[in-house]
Design a protein around this ligand. Sequence first.
Ligand SMILES: [Zn+2]
Ligand SMILES: [Zn+2]
Length: 177
Amino acid sequence: MQQRWLVTLQDLSAGGRQWDADVPQALLADESVGDVAPLRDLLADMHWQVRLQRAGALFRLIGSWQGVMRRQCCRCNAQFDWQMQGDTAWAFQLGERLSGTDDDASECEYLAAPGEINLIDILREDVWLSWQADVLCSAACKGLCQSCGADLNRETCHCRADESDHPFAALRNLRIE
Ligand SMILES: [Zn+2]
Ligand SMILES: [Zn+2]
């Protein structure tokens, strides 16, 4: 584990820290690194612009990330490169949550001092939080024909035309209760 991705909140300098970095695909995919489920299907290193700053007792980690992952289209089943991006917005505090804390602190993660953070896990968490189960290769994906399974992005089948020509086509729309 590269030291670069480990941060100790208690040691943060007054100016904070920032990263504008390529986060190695190999680290994000390595299940022996960190605790959060690894990102196995990345096609490249991810890019992360993020800054960590202290404001009173709060440590805020704010930024944005981009990456590309191999996914399967939920309409046509084709593999495609899924371009993903999202925001990073975390708040940490050292110690334990006090009872009666205000709403402002409710989104905050409490860490025991000195407050070790593994940025690889944070980035993975960001990706999983923005995860979409069903993704499309393109918004215009035509999917597969329900009848013959043809990939309608690549070919035109005759199922639909045949059905509408059929004298009993209208019966297909009737439901038997
Ligand atoms: Zn598709
Ligand atoms: Zn068809």
